[in-house]
Design a protein around this ligand. Structure first.
Ligand code: URA
Length: 243
């Protein structure tokens, strides 16, 4: 990790005096301009606290991670272009607004990324969703592409790439390469992620600098097994394994 300690700040509503706010660890800041960290609000910090707790049971883990995923999707959608759109309201007056321009699709990195599909569907009705399966070779520890199923017109779409944990960045970078080989330009890919490591952010931004990363939190670092610390353990296990 980059050796810079995680900042601890008083968290709570602005009407509370600072001295009465509990101190919580918030996300590190990063230098990369294509990385967007969600505002470290009391809500977000409370949701992250729930899913990081080793004693949080599966039903609650799913519920609270879904709420963070919704925040990530909503923020990701803010990066899509809009065009002018004026409508007439039921009282006969015009409202000058906007509408989304362009088609989108989701691409989940299996298995853990599939946990983010529902949050995407809740925000984008009937969205197309593709899948990529990448697994690390146990001996070489290099990521390998095992399976892909993507919309045939993916090169004409904005892609929301889904993976909850950005550890070393190996799988996410390989997934972006798969998308680029299908003709998707880097700057039309948004990578949505719950918790990232500084190492993963750096590696990802060096290899695919134009992909925008939307993350809820940049953590301290990685341990010797490439788990994010403090992290939340194995996201896929906690989301999918029956208690
Ligand atoms: N994937 C996970 O699920 N957790 C980590 O900490 C790192 C990668």
């Amino acid at each position: 990790s980059n050796g810079c300690p995680s900042p601890a700040i008083g968290v709570g509503p602005s009407y509370r005096p600072d001295a009465e706010k509990p101190t919580a660890t918030v996300s590190r800041k990063v230098d990369q301009s294509n990385v967007h960290i969600l505002p470290q609000t009391p809500q977000l910090i409370a949701l992250l606290t729930m899913i990081r707790d080793k004693d949080t049971q599966r039903a609650d883990f799913i519920f609270y991670s879904n709420r963070i995923i919704r925040l990530l999707v909503e923020e990701g959608l803010n990066h899509l272009p809009v065009v002018p759109h004026t409508v007439t309201s039921p009282v006969g007056k015009d409202y000058t607004g906007v509408k989304f321009e362009g088609k989108i699709c989701g691409v989940s990195i299996m298995r853990a990324g599939e946990s983010m599909e529902q949050g995407l569907r809740e925000c984008c009705r009937s969205v197309r969703i593709g899948k990529i399966l990448i697994q690390r070779n146990e001996e070489t520890s290099l990521p390998k592409l095992f399976y892909e199923k993507l919309p045939p017109d993916i090169k004409d779409r904005w892609v929301l790439l889904l993976d909850p944990m950005l550890a070393t960045g190996g799988s996410a970078i390989m997934a972006v390469e798969v998308l680029k080989n299908k003709g998707v330009p880097e700057d039309r890919i948004l990578f949505l992620n719950l918790i990232a490591s500084p190492e993963g952010i750096k590696n990802f931004a060096e290899k695919v600098p134009k992909v925008r990363v939307i993350t809820a939190f940049v953590d301290q670092g990685l341990d010797d097994k490439n788990y994010i610390v403090p992290g939340l353990g194995d996201f896929g296990d906690r989301f999918y394994t029956l208690d």
